[in-house]
Write a protein that binds this ligand. Structure first.
Ligand SMILES: [Zn+2]
Length: 247
């Protein structure tokens, strides 16, 4: 690390859990963020600010006026711009010290597998079950930890699935393939809620990379923001799970 990096990251380097070693790990890490919307915005901004050395930003969608109420990596001037590209512009201003790659197309199976195989951590910030199941299956096969988040209306949830740990459940252990999508476009969502959940995803990603503390693997945290109550559910591995179960 050079002097500017030591200064830039000094407030987290001074934490014994991070220290120089942890910051070196963050700078050496490659994180794939899929979806640069309400969750992906705070995830990308915090991971960029914290000095994750290489961020891969994947989103095929473009910035729309209705996104700006909560998708804080974008700006009014960038309506119509691809979300990965728009987010990268904010991140570049935040931290010129890191490598940013943008993927502006839908990730097909081959590209998804290639990107996940090269990632140290995957952060799922997408908004539909089909994509989440596809990401989960590749993360299990590639044994890459997956930080999963979701937020809608006034409800949020966050969990970590770490296929490097034999006892860890996967996303498919939690949900059936025929689950219905509930979208923010149809149900609405309050802006700070996606900030809370996205910030927690970023925090869990940093912990996974540095290797400190107790992670959310095998646990699901549920937030009822209306009454500001958290609930924790233990997530057991489903031995019959078609993705991660024992054949
Ligand atoms: Zn499973």
């Amino acid at each position: 690390m050079n002097d500017e990096q030591l200064l830039r990251y000094s407030r987290q380097i001074m934490l014994p859990d991070v220290d120089i070693d942890g910051q070196e790990k963050l700078l050496a890490a490659r994180v794939l963020i899929i979806g640069l919307g309400g969750l992906g915005s705070p995830v990308a901004m915090y991971l960029a600010a914290a000095g994750i050395g290489h961020l891969v930003l994947a989103d095929f969608d473009t910035v729309d006026l209705t996104n700006l109420q909560r998708q804080i990596a974008h700006t009014s001037a960038r309506i119509g711009v691809n979300k990965a590209v728009s987010a990268a512009r904010s991140l570049r201003e935040l931290n010129p010290d890191i490598v940013l790659d943008c993927i502006e197309t839908i990730l097909d199976a081959e590209n998804l597998a290639e990107q996940i195989n090269h990632a140290d951590v995957v952060v799922d910030c997408t908004d539909n079950f089909a994509t989440r199941f596809a990401i989960n299956a590749v993360c299990v096969a590639a044994k890459v930890p997956l930080v999963s988040g979701a937020a809608i209306r006034l409800e949020g949830q966050v969990a970590v699935f770490d296929a490097r740990t034999e006892s860890s459940p996967c996303y498919r252990c939690l949900y059936e393939e025929d689950s219905d999508d509930a979208t923010c476009a149809a149900n609405g969502v309050l802006a700070p809620l996606v900030g809370i959940i996205g910030s927690m995803q970023a925090l869990e990603a940093i912990k996974l990379i540095c290797g400190f503390g107790t992670g959310l693997t095998g646990r699901l945290l549920l937030l009822d923001a209306r009454h500001m109550q958290w609930r924790e559910m233990k997530l057991p591995k489903d031995q019959q799970c078609p993705v991660c179960g024992t054949p």
